[in-house]
Design a protein around this ligand. Structure first.
Ligand code: FAD
Ligand code: PHB
Length: 411
């Protein structure tokens, strides 16, 4: 088959890219390793930056988000004896929304299927070919085991950290920067009404803890655990006791309830450069991973998709002035990508990476400030000094607020 953009991966990056291209009249084919049920149920991020929300709304995917999403105008930072509220609207005039990645993906999949543009689930053996030529291609086996080949103008590698796109860039042309943290997050989803109106990020000598939520009846909570910890050593009682201890605050109580899901996620910072090689463009986790403390992973994937879509759309606009006739219809045919759009495509990697590194720094900074590493009193006092500074300096709080709620796409 032939299309303009072949998209590998139906996570947030691939689905948002597909939607933005479709809305601009650009054809794409999305191929996804997993089933629809699997991608729609994969429990991950929960915080949407204001820019992500506006982008989803502007592109016709905001209806359920507006009904069910919870607008949060700030967060609480906590350490023993203190719970401080940071008011984002006062600090930077912006907000974030609580709306699970599961819901974002459901909305995007429904929108994609509604457009009639191809989305293949349960593919295998995905491979990219001829990315250094003007005729790149993606091959795969469809769910019935039939060999398929997509000829395209360019390939968007949106297939996450374990995908096939990033390894297709020759090692001699790429470099990676990585930091593995000696801890991870044990996360639970619980049938319990949130015990807070906004998210609590808590520093505690036992380790970091966080209280998030998904709805007025579902809470999402996290505990810092060592990388060597095993889920079977954490029964429900132990989890609730430790959450109550670390999140504890005078006059406040944590509501508990049945645990619906639990898992341990390791924490890593990772950036792979370049994000473009020939006709292959990487977006989202395929190119970079951040630890979740800054709530940036999903938002960064959406930002990459937006920058890449803008570049592709601009390159097509140049061509669209000369419509050509195809079987029974008149449409603009972008035989090749050229002009100003080509410049935008050339600068995609640089523009995206500038923002990626900014978010990588913010995520590392939030993580380092809030997690316990070793027993060094010097390190702990520095963390507490930074937390007190955030609660007493408007300039410091503003910096956190503008990063947390999201920097502009072209930052
Ligand atoms: P993904 O969501 O990973 O999507 C990539 C897609 O490509 C997947 O659907 C995958 O199945 C598909 N794929 C892979 N290989 C192939 C192939 N060969 N062929 C076809 N398709 C392929 N972020 C936060 O902000 N907060 C959190 O709490 C949080 N928790 C997380 C927990 C876990 C376990 C993980 C892994 C990530 C978490 N993140 C979190 C990060 C956030 O979820 C990601 O940054 C976000 O999903 C990135 O979107 P993406 O589209 O780039 O990649
Ligand atoms: C979540 O709700 O899952 C969540 C919220 C904030 C974070 C990370 C995860 O920083």
């Amino acid at each position: 088959m032939r299309t303009q953009v072949a998209i590998i991966g139906a996570g947030p990056a691939g689905l948002v890219l597909g939607q933005l291209l479709t809305n601009a009249g650009i054809e794409s084919v999305i191929v996804e390793l997993r089933s629809r049920d699997y991608v729609e149920a994969r429990l991950r991020a929960g915080v949407l930056e204001q820019g992500t929300v506006e982008l989803l709304r502007d592109n016709g995917i905001g209806r359920r988000l507006d009904q069910e999403g919870l607008r949060h105008d700030g967060i609480y930072l906590q350490w023993p004896g203190t719970r401080e509220h940071l008011d984002f609207r006062d600090l930077c005039g912006r907000s974030v929304w609580i709306y699970g990645q599961t819901e974002v993906v459901k909305d995007l999949v429904a929108a994609r299927l509604g457009t009639g543009q191809p989305l293949y689930f349960e593919v295998s053996d995905t491979a990219v070919h001829d990315i250094e030529t003007d005729r790149p291609a993606v091959t795969f086996l469809d769910a019935d085991g039939h060999a398929q080949r997509i000829e395209c103008d360019l390939i968007a590698g949106c297939d996450g950290f374990h995908g096939v796109s990033r390894p297709a860039i020759p090692q001699a042309s790429s470099r990676t920067a990585q930091r593995d943290y000696p801890y991870g997050w044990l996360g639970i989803l619980a049938q319990a009404p949130p015990s807070t109106d906004e998210l609590i990020y808590a520093w505690h000598p036992n380790g970091f803890a966080m209280h998030s939520m998904r709805s007025p009846s579902i809470s999402r909570l996290y505990l810092q655990v060592g990388v060597e910890e095993r889920l079977q050593d954490w029964d429900d009682d132990r989890i609730w006791t430790e959450l109550s201890t670390r999140l504890g605050h005078a006059g406040w109580e944590l509501a508990t309830g049945p645990i619906l899901d639990k898992g341990i996620t390791p924490m890593r910072s990772f950036v792979s450069e370049p994000m473009r090689y020939g006709k292959l463009f990487l977006a989202g986790d395929a190119a970079h991973i951040v630890p979740p403390t800054g709530a940036k992973g999903l938002n960064l994937a959406v930002a990459d998709a937006k920058l890449l879509a803008d570049a592709i759309i601009a390159s097509r606009a140049k061509r669209a002035r000369t419509p050509i006739r195809t079987a029974g219809s008149v449409r603009a045919e972008p035989a090749t990508l050229a002009g100003r759009g080509q410049n935008l495509l050339d600068s995609y990697a640089e523009t995206a990476l500038r923002r990626v590194w900014r978010c990588t720094h913010f995520s590392w900074w939030m993580t380092s400030m809030l997690h316990i590493e070793g027993s060094d009193p010097f390190a702990r006092e520095l963390q507490l000094a930074q937390l007190r500074y955030l609660s007493s300096s408007r300039a410091a709080a503003q910096s956190l607020a503008e990063n947390y709620t999201g920097l502009p796409y072209g930052w």
